[in-house]
Design a protein around this ligand. Sequence first.
Ligand code: ADP
Length: 484
Amino acid sequence: MIQLSHKNLMREACYIDGAWVGADSGATLSVDNPATGATIGRVPKMGEAETLRAIDAANAALPAWRAKTGKERAGLLRKWFDLIMAHQDDIARIMTTEQGKPLAEAKGEVAYAASFIEWFAEEGKRVYGDVIPTFAAGRRIIVTKEPVGVVAAITPWNFPAAMLTRKAGPALAAGCTLVCKPASQTPFTALALVVLAEEAGIPRGVINIVTGSAREIGGAITASPIVRKLTFTGSTEVGKVLIEQCAATVKKVSMELGGNAPFLVFDDADLDAAVEGAIASKYRNNGQTCVCANRFYVQRGVAKAFADKLAARVAQMKVGDGLEAGVVLGPLIDDAAADKVDELMADATSKGAEVVIGGGRHELGGRFYKPTILLGATQDMRLSREEIFGPVAPIFVFDDEKEAVGYANDTEFGLASYFYTRDVGRVFRVMEALEYGIVGINEGLISTEVAPFGGVKESGMGREGSKYGIEDYLEVKYALIGGI
Ligand code: ADP
């Protein structure tokens, strides 16, 4: 059992229409601790029938919720935000136990997650329309914005709290109601957030959560004509399936999919700053984020120095159970994830990459992996095309700016990118040339609720956070008034 000060925060049930319930069949799924392999608890294994009930509940709750003023909804969301922050430590403990990230990172994620509820509570009060100057006498044009309706959210395991609130915040603030399905590896964090939404007084049916079979729940969501929008964070592969399934009912979709972030270091860069940025960007969440630097392109003259400095920092990183003090790298999420990193490493070393530090599984065993740096990475290695999702930093060498930008853009992905330089002209040239939704310039951490997060190309569509984030949950209505 996880020791918590809030007695009811860890729920082994789903929340549908204001009630905590199990699966119709009574079936459950076990959730394990990736650091130890021990079972933490069980959640309902729901499927189509329960999902349809959750959708109906969201639909029934919609008229009253959308009829509230932005300020009324904001009041409830603010209470939810306050409760999340009041229980930050408990939620972080649940998160570390089911997800593996170090406790300090988990606490940081809870605050980051809560910030989206706070931000959109405020933003929801400012959903302005337009009065457009008329095209003809006696007529007027008014543009208003309305909630899209019932929204479904499918979220991943790497940020079990923030990926949910980035969707729930704007959806609820805009006047939409919600059905969410968290990843099966990390449902307890999401369930805890919903416990607090209930305590905050968010009316029954406005937020519903179902756990269980992704295929069945996803199928019921995408087939439903009631669900008007699907918002998904996860792999490009699953995202494509969901987009296809949503076509039948022409749903709006927001997709935050995979990335293959380049991290460029030019020879005029502040190398120490680049190393700090690299540590933050690469090793946060043990390399398991869609904005983690996947490929380091370093200009030839500074490549060795950069690798050495990075290795000196990596050598200090403590690997272990995220609940242990001082640990900065937890386990990988599951055995399949660790196997994938092994495969990419074997491919890279067989093609000539040299291990600077690390290079395989950690002595702790299980899903622990040594933080690794590779030098001499090349474009023919699988890790130049595929998301590593582990603590491996491959360093590629380049000679000039054009070549570096060419490599950086040579991918079907376009989420986050990073570069380090002190040349102001280069800042603008490279920023404009990178085909990415997000560019960190002399910065390795780019996530904040105040800025628009999202990708181009096969990394997805839509933006989360900022004033742009609420637009994804709104429809524009144009009214032409004649006879004036
Ligand atoms: P990751 O690669 O990050 O594990 P996935 O794309 O596999 O991400 O999963 C992200 C989310 O999508 C999870 O909640 C997962 O349960 C869900 N999911 C996976 N496959 C499907 C599917 N076929 N239909 C609907 N949801 C799915």
